[in-house]
Design a protein around this ligand. Structure first.
Ligand code: 5RP
Length: 232
């Protein structure tokens, strides 16, 4: 479901810009994926130079990267994030007032990402230029209890979706999330009313959470060929 084309340089520029927004004393939610990883590495370099920042990871991957980068870690029991930095698979910027709408979950970490990103006082999105879209038509990832897959698939179809259980790329069997659950990618065509679709999917028994992030993002940093575009 990921679109290719975003360069590592774009991801690095976006990640560095978000890491530069961290202030002394901040607790930072750390997202998952390659662009969040660029931000984690940039934050690690700032910590190495004396910045006092601690972090709450959203996945096994971001925890391991933060450890490697020398960033002290906390849990949500110990602190509330001042800001969160996280990637996205698709980003729609509204024409008028309103917060950008995201589709996340390409890395199957969206449940914990939504928990941490929404707990933060500010949520900074980092992305390469291929993630911007006028039309949110990518499949929506839905994390589901393993036993609930057939029931949830039927209910997603009844909502007008076309559900596919996500298969692991390098071995037989499904993708298993950090929480021990499975992921259904559900295509709905163009999502015209993300608020209402988000509420409908979230209400299904057996669903942990889905990858529609509505009303959460405060700022989006998009890496370009020679800089960073900022959307608020
Ligand atoms: C993981 C995510 C990622 O943030 C999203 O897939 C973007 O990843 P990348 O920066 O590698 O393109 O939502 O669940």
């Amino acid at each position: 479901m990921k679109r290719s084309g975003g360069t590592d340089a774009e991801k690095r520029r976006a990640g560095e810009r978000a890491a530069a927004a961290v202030s002394d004393g901040d607790v930072v939610g750390l997202g998952t994926g390659s662009t969040a990883a660029a931000a984690i590495r940039a934050l690690g370099r700032r910590v190495d130079s004396g910045l006092d920042a601690r972090a709450i990871p959203t996945s096994h991957q971001s925890r391991a990267l933060a450890r490697e980068a020398g960033i002290p870690l906390l849990t949500l029991e110990e602190a509330t994030p001042d800001l969160a930095i996280d990637g996205a698979d698709r980003i729609a910027i509204p024409d008028r007032d309103g917060s950008p709408v995201l589709i996340k979950g390409g890395g199957a970490a969206h449940t914990r990402e939504k928990l941490v990103d929404s707990a933060a006082e500010r949520f900074l999105v980092v992305a390469d230029s291929t993630k911007l879209t006028d039309c949110l038509d990518s499949p929506v990832p839905v994390e589901v209890l393993p036993d609930a897959v057939p029931v949830v698939e039927r209910r997603l179809s009844a909502l007008g979706g076309d559900p596919t259980l996500r298969a692991a790329e390098r071995k037989d069997g499904p993708v298993v999330t950090d929480n021990g659950n499975l992921v259904i990618d559900c295509a709905f065509g163009p999502v015209d009313d993300p608020d209402s679709l988000a509420a409908d999917i979230a209400a299904l028994p057996g669903v942990l959470d889905h990858g529609l992030f509505v009303g959460l993002a405060d700022v989006v940093y998009v890496g370009t060929d020679d800089g960073v575009d900022v959307y608020r």
